[in-house]
Design a protein around this ligand. Structure first.
Ligand code: NAD
Length: 261
């Protein structure tokens, strides 16, 4: 492990748990100062306690523009600049079946999930834009195997993860040559990714062992992937080593493109 991100300042949404937490830990080890946006006071306080002056925590909601804006502002006040945005916060639909869900729940679920997974990604990018221009920085979206293949979620999650790819590619085009824009697409990973409230009555909540064995069966490397399995892809995209890479997705999924989900 080197210091690939020495003196970089990074804002990570959803950086206090799961994949975002693993990225936060590794980025700090690689020499970055990291600012995280999260929902839970307790998990944010835990990260602050552990990483002290290398981290800034901000309690906020990515689906509100002001929260993204204030987090960017606080980051620049604290650390002097912004080099990288990792738009990672997300929620899940629990594989809820389109045919089972009432039109009311469909609509509520759409607004709830798209507001976070899609609008939250738009807002993060917009709020970070001016600061990233100043540093010739970059944006990394956490997308998913569900950005490419069916059965990584239900229609809400799958459509939202496809939408992030469109956002990423168009931004890579529009923000060039000053800002690079890429994505990491994890496959099924053992985290506490939340099923949104409007769909909870329509889904089965599975325990971790069942989840692990189902994830294993779905990828040809037979990995029950952990958040740490994906962090190297983020380090590469965030660092200057990848200065020629933009508009690209690194899949970190045990080989889904070979067989699908
Ligand atoms: P997670 O629940 O541990 O992490 C998601 C984080 O986003 C949490 O910290 C949560 O507090 C935060 N968040 C949710 N809504 C928010 C909001 N409105 N405002 C601010 N923060 C909010 O789960 P995870 O699996 O680590 O998910 C991270 C990303 O990885 C998501 O975008 C998810 O879609 C993606 N992903 C997960 C998997 C998987 O199998 N776990 C696979 C592919 C992609």
């Amino acid at each position: 492990m080197g210091m690939a991100l020495k003196d970089k300042v990074v804002l990570i949404t959803g950086g206090a748990s799961g994949i975002g937490e693993a990225v936060t830990r590794r980025f700090i080890q690689e020499g970055a100062k990291v600012s995280i946006i999260g929902r839970s006071k307790d998990t944010l306080a835990k990260m602050k306690g552990e990483f002290g002056e290398n981290i800034l925590t901000y309690q906020g909601d990515v689906s509100k523009y002001e929260d993204n804006e204030q987090a960017v502002q606080a980051t620049v006040e604290q650390f002097g600049k912004l080099d990288v945005l990792v738009a990672n916060a997300g929620v899940f639909d629990g594989f809820a079946k389109f045919a089972d869900v009432t039109p009311e729940a469909l609509s509520e679920a759409y607004d709830f999930l798209f507001n976070i997974n899609v609008k939250g990604s738009f807002f993060g990018a917009k709020a970070a834009l001016e600061e990233l221009k100043k540093t010739n920085g970059n944006i990394i979206f956490t997308v998913s195997g569900a950005s490419f293949y069916p059965d990584g979620g239900g229609v809400w999650y799958t459509a939202s993860k496809h939408a992030q790819i469109g956002l990423m590619r168009q931004l890579a085009f529009e923000l060039s040559p000053s800002i690079r824009v890429n994505a990491v697409a994890p496959g099924g990973t053992l985290t506490a990714l939340t099923v949104i409230p409007p769909l909870r009555p329509f889904v089965k909540i599975v325990d971790n062992d069942t989840k692990a064995s189902s994830i294993k069966k779905r990828n040809i490397l037979q990995l029950a992937q952990m958040p740490e399995d994906h962090v190297a892809a983020y380090v590469l995209l965030a660092s200057d080593e990848s200065r020629a890479i933009t508009g690209e997705v690194i899949s970190s999924d045990g080989g889904l493109s070979v067989r699908g989900l």
